[in-house]
Design a protein around this ligand. Sequence first.
Ligand SMILES: [Zn+2]
Length: 369
Amino acid sequence: MNKKIVVAILFMVLFSCETTEEPELKQSTNDPVKAYIISLGFEEENIVEEGDQYVVEGDIVFAKNMQIDKRDLSKSNARQKQAQWTSLALVRRDLQSVLTISIIPGVSSGGEEIGEFLPEIQAAVDQWNAVPNSNLHFTVGYNLPTGSYNMSIRGYDLVSRCGQAGYPNPNTHTPGSITLDKAQVAALSFERRVKTIMHEIGHAVGFAHTNYVAAGETGVEIAGAAGPDANSVFNAGECLAGGGTVLSSKDKIAIRILYPKVAYINNGNTAVNTAISQDWFSPGSANGTIRAFPGSVVSVTISAYGPTSTTTIFSMSGATLSGGSNTVNVSSSSRTETFTMPASGYVTWNGSFSRTTAFGSGHISVSLL
Ligand SMILES: [Zn+2]
């Protein structure tokens, strides 16, 4: 081999080694809370230090002393935006339908009295409660006894923002806390106050900002509710002006996908999963996804309809069917199995159907146990 070529190759190898080491040095942090924030998809340079908390994208707060389980950092690899599609940052299922919000009286040090905003907070909760097939249900009260509520809204002088909120606790899966700036909120119209409160409730149950790209962050969006949405109430920086004042259609879809009241089937052709059952006709096949809250137990019934000699072959990936095999063969009958939803993401399914003597159809239906 020509010596000049060897030298040139050696130089290229050294050069490329140097360039690949740079990014690793750039992202290092010894602070476990900062590392957790970065693991959720926020950029380190966008984390603002403010007293005893870190703030990202203007109003999402993380207490500097929050407990981070080291295992959470390795598990938290789902950088979902508009919301965090991970069990680490969602409210656990047994709390979802009984979320009680207490308005904290403004008697604590530096606290502002915001009891007068009860009608606005109730109106915000009413919109969340009206999302079709969402499993989240909130009630609101003023100064409720300690231990009788799982979310709080308090007043505090935030100086430059209308409100702020934390994400759900990654260890206990309880909602984050909400703070409103009394003067800033009082200056808004009733509709914009309601919007601001709906926005902060979103953070408290795990929603990020819909317009995160404009904030310079990176992330993977929720399948079925991806892309920008000018009408979303979860856009950042739209407290005083801009954006919609009611939950947008995409907001509602995102809420339903993250907190489904029932299990859903997506038939592969439909962008949004809305059905609890799916038919396909002979000869033919179908495929799609099954979505339900992480860790919930889903019942799936597979059927082969038709007079004689009908066969449905169903296969599934992403979870394990109770029968042990993820391929089920049903002839002229029905069979029900269960599976547990994975910690994040969804389950994919395939179904085929055949018949020899008559018209028929294959069918699956799902429900939560
Ligand atoms: Zn926000």
